[in-house]
Design a binder for this molecule. Structure first.
Ligand code: ZN
Length: 194
């Protein structure tokens, strides 16, 4: 049975750090499995390792079927699952503003986040095998969002300066509350350490 991890919230310093390359692949298949489970549970389309407290260059993403039946589990709508280890975006073109949210910034969205429309990403799969994927549209957006997490960048930082200010001002209270929860979580975790 896969494990569901707690998701780190805005304010947690790990979300602002550049993650380290994955060298030991022995833990990756199980880790990826648990990250998928965590992502489904949170009804997300992608999840990066720093979001579960691991500073590793790894993220998972899913493509879902559009139609949703009443009460249907998200998992049963999966069309494709991806595990990206040590990804590098090699080529990117076109620019499009679009809607984004983040599991680490729950409930807050912007529909003005600029992203490339098409990209090519080189990466390793969960077993360390080299892979290349060309993506466009929504999947390309998800990849860029998750890739940013590996470099400590959050989606609102991609907004043009005036919109970024607006986002931060409009959501100041919610963001402050997340920072408080993030600090509390870290304090609790620290208290658990022997
Ligand atoms: Zn995110």
């Amino acid at each position: 049975m896969a494990e569901v991890y707690p998701i780190r919230l805005y304010g947690d310093p790990i979300l602002r750090k550049r993650a380290r390359p994955v060298e030991d692949f022995s833990i990756i298949p199980e880790l990826a499995e648990n990250m998928f489970e965590t992502m489904f549970e949170a009804r997300g389309v992608g999840l990066a390792a720093p979001q579960i407290g691991l500073s590793l260059r790894l993220f998972v993403a899913a493509q879902y079927r559009e139609e949703e039946e009443e009460g249907e589990e998200l998992k049963s709508r999966v069309e494709e699952l991806y595990v990206f280890v040590n990804p590098v975006i090699k080529f990117q073109e076109g620019e499009e503003a679009g809607l984004e949210g983040c599991l680490s910034i729950p409930g807050l969205y912007s529909d003005e986040v600029p992203r490339g429309q098409r990209l090519r990403v080189e990466y390793q799969d969960e077993h360390g095998l080299p892979r290349v994927l060309e993506a466009e549209g929504y999947l390309a957006r998800v990849i860029q969002h998750e890739y940013d997490h590996l470099n400590g960048v959050l989606f609102f930082q991609r907004l043009p300066p005036s919109l970024r200010e607006e986002f931060l001002t409009e959501h100041r209270e919610a963001l402050t509350e997340m920072q408080r929860k993030a600090r509390e979580y870290l304090k609790r975790e620290k208290a658990k350490e022997p």
